[in-house]
Design a protein around this ligand. Sequence first.
Ligand code: DAH
Length: 343
Amino acid sequence: MWDTIDNVTKELKGFHPGTQVEVEEFRVRMLGRKGVLTRLFDEFRNVDPAGKKELGKKLNLLKNQIQETLNEHKERLSRTETGKSRTEDMTKPADLLNAGSRHPIAIVQREILDIFRKMGFSVEEGPEIEDDWHVFSALNFAPDHPARDMQDTFFINNDSDNPVLLRTHTSSVQVRTMEKQKPPIRVVCPGRVFRNEAISARAHCIFHQVEGLYIDENVSFADLKQSILIFVREMFGSSARIRLRPSYFPFTEPSAEVDMNCNICGGAGCNICKNTGWLEIMGAGMVDPNVLKASGIDPEKHTGFAFGMGVERIAMLKWQVRDLRHYFENDVRFLEQFQSGLL
Ligand code: DAH
């Protein structure tokens, strides 16, 4: 008997089942009705009383050891088996939701509008598909005026005397506003515009503008200059400077082109400012009396200023992006860099 006990003890030490089935087989072989231990207990009955006490102790101990070993393996295997069927790691922190963000052009457009809102301007919008009257004629472009060539137009229907086209600038919204509102008028008009231009780092056939218009009694060029200066400083910081160069637009007289000191090279000269230290940021001027008249406003009583800027251009200067095309390609690696925090 002692030999059997030794063998079982050895076997128990080396027992390392890989499956629950092996555990169960071992249990039946040891503790089952015809199992080794059952047989040993049977034999135990006939053992000489002298050695009975010690043998009895040993048998009970062995039975307990077998039972414990079986329990341990059972538990270990059930742990790894559930581990196998679960492919997720339940302790891993959850993935963050990939929330979208505002497009950089939308962020800048909103910032531009907010600055002017604080100055008392309200926001007006108009259609992208426009007619010749609102884009050109009412803005003092004569029918065969060469200035029409300044902007290469996408025509939708060029047959009638008021062709339908994609607006080339948001100045059309000033006309629509003047047609329906009486002065004082103080509006900013954001929107998409379209021009038949070759796409490059500096130009695109679709882009965004914000137009501004202020009409009241006694509005002067000084008001224009100061409003633009306040805008530029709000947008680019209090050390930003502007300069106005005489220019020509059919809808303003006098007209100016507004430059800001180059914030990319700091004025030293770079390929963005074409080594001048200055960047053109918008066109502006005093609304031409013909434009006021065309929209039913008396130019003897009212004067006004207007300006128009490209949103992509302001965004390029703000973030020092050197290629306009990034704004249209929508590569998330680019877009992710402009989290506004305001969805
Ligand atoms: N509409 C002009 C353009 O697209 C920009 C512009 C210039 C708007 C002068 C204005 C202005 O209101 O006064 O190039």
